[in-house]
Design a protein around this ligand. Structure first.
Ligand SMILES: C[S@@+](CC[C@H](N)C(=O)[O-])C[C@H]1O[C@@H](n2cnc3c(N)ncnc32)[C@H](O)[C@@H]1O
Length: 273
């Protein structure tokens, strides 16, 4: 998008937008907050190892009781959380630098059971975070991803500092364009199981069926970025994008046996919903 396009967008956004315009808005998610879902997943799955990219104040990192890795160039963790957990490995680095310098399996002495990806909200960064994390997983690991289900086009802008570029209900909310990971994984990794939950504010996505030997995303990186550049949420339509995702209610994620069957049984064998 060139400079004239930017001006046109800003002008369009300054015109009042009806909140029910489906091109720009989808209904807000009404499920359980994402951190509560993550807390339950820790309790049910009892991961032996946990990694989080994008930690900030540690609101979700503190939920992990097992040996854990935090990666964030700007985290501000509390001493209390560190002092009450047995093993915390803290990397005050951008995730790309972390993965270039360290090996997660070697740090833990075993594979990664659970990860939460919530770092820089730009598609290409999340794509790298995903495949760099999957390499250290096993077939029963879970990767959780935040912000893949925005509810208005404004929060999906690439430039966090330009909230007036597109219509939004809340200019302070920024999910970036990481939503593109959903269509990209569906196309390039149909082997993965992807479960979208209606956790506010911007959804929680659970990915299983991981394969640490799969290199399709790495090998097609340039082609994927070129395709992703052509995905524009205003053109897809906000409500249309959401309607094409199979979004589960967090109400269906309460029972431990059901959670495990959702996550680990082959698609089609889990309960309907
Ligand atoms: C939305 S916050 C994380 C919130 C936290 N997961 C929670 O739910 O409480 C995003 C974080 O990503 C971090 N971040 C930004 N760029 C990053 C990068 N390249 N690698 C890792 N973390 C990054 C920011 O410093 C920020 O603290």
């Amino acid at each position: 998008m060139g400079a004239s396009g930017d001006v046109a967008r800003s002008a369009a956004a300054s015109v009042p937008q009806p909140l029910n315009d489906p091109r720009n808005f989808a209904p807000e998610w009404a499920g359980e907050p994402y951190a509560s879902v993550i807390e339950r997943l820790h309790a049910v799955l009892q991961p032996r190892t946990y990694l989080e990219i994008g930690v900030l104040l540690g609101g979700t990192f503190r939920l992990a009781q097992c040996p854990r890795i935090a990666i964030d160039p700007g985290f501000m963790l509390s001493a209390e959380d560190i002092n009450t957990k047995p093993v915390s490995l803290l990397f005050r680095l951008p995730s790309d630098e972390f993965f270039a310098q360290y090996n997660v399996r070697n740090l833990f002495g075993r594979e990664l059971d659970m990860a939460f990806l919530d770092g820089l909200h730009l598609f290409e960064f999340l794509l790298r975070d995903f495949y760099n994390t999957e390499i250290h997983c096993h077939s029963k690991s879970v990767i959780l991803v935040h912000d893949l289900l925005p509810t208005d086009v404004g929060m999906s802008r690439r430039d966090q500092r330009r909230p007036k570029d597109l219509p939004t209900r809340n200019p302070k909310r920024w999910a970036g364009d990481v939503w593109k990971l959903l269509p990209v994984l569906r196309k390039y990794r149909p082997d993965l199981r992807i479960i979208c939950l209606d956790a506010p504010p911007t959804g929680l996505v659970l990915i299983t069926g991981l394969d640490p030997t799969n290199r399709v995303l790495q090998e097609n990186y340039d082609a994927i970025l070129a395709e992703a550049a052509g995905l524009v949420l205003e053109e897809v339509g906000m409500a249309n994008f959401v309607a094409h995702q199979r979004v589960w209610s967090t109400d269906s994620f309460q029972d431990p046996a059901l959670i495990k069957s959702h996550l680990f049984e082959r698609p089609g064998t889990a309960q309907s919903g």
